[in-house]
Design a protein around this ligand. Structure first.
Ligand SMILES: [Zn+2]
Length: 196
């Protein structure tokens, strides 16, 4: 086993970034820069923040991936054996990158990807680190898309879904804090806090 110590200084401004345990995603509370821990140390990633909906409070901020992807749904076969038309197109998904139960993660990702639009500068406040690798975010996107196809309830037997990255960035997500839960200030979605 080899132990590697990484300097958590912001690659943009040099300030110390806050991270815990298994965190691989960081926001700088000094300059608002975002970075991911890669093989070569901290690598800068484009960062922004999602804007709270009117009347909602942003008490805490957590990281999420913004993934722009080309989607191709093909080889849709119904249980009778007939093939039905697929589709292709460009979509944007927001996938929370911090510790959440899978059902909460999927629900919040779906809600954010439907409504999220306006972005702003990253707030100069502490933003918790994140742990979800971008490849895992792509896997979740594929699962969401397969779920959408199955929900069309035309007795789908099999389907192929290709997801290709167009661009990636990190966004700070605003939340209101309740008892044992976080309430997304963009969508109103409530999720359980894994460990706080
Ligand atoms: Zn910085």
């Amino acid at each position: 086993m080899s132990l590697r110590l990484v300097n958590l200084d912001c690659p943009s401004c040099g300030s110390a970034m806050r991270g815990e345990g298994l965190d691989t995603i960081f926001f700088c509370s000094h300059c608002g820069g975002a970075a991911v821990l890669g093989n070569q140390g901290l690598e800068t990633v484009e960062g922004a923040a999602l804007v709270p909906a009117p009347g909602r409070r942003a008490q805490v901020w957590r990281p999420a991936w913004r993934a722009e992807v080309d989607v191709k749904v093909h080889a849709r076969v119904r249980s009778g054996g007939s093939e039905t038309p697929g589709w292709a197109g460009r979509r944007v998904f927001f996938i929370p990158a911090f510790d959440l139960a899978l059902d909460d993660l999927t629900r919040l990702s779906r809600a954010l990807s439907e409504v999220a639009g306006a972005t702003a500068q990253v707030p100069r406040e502490p933003i918790r680190g994140g742990t979800l690798a971008f490849d895992d975010a792509l896997t979740l996107i594929r699962h969401i898309l397969i779920g959408d196809e199955v929900r069309r309830s035309d007795m789908l037997a099999s389907v192929a879904v290709d997801v290709d990255e167009v661009s990636r960035s990190l966004v700070a997500l605003p939340f209101d804090v309740g008892e044992g839960r976080l309430e997304c200030a963009v969508t109103g979605t409530k999720v359980r806090i894994a460990n706080d």
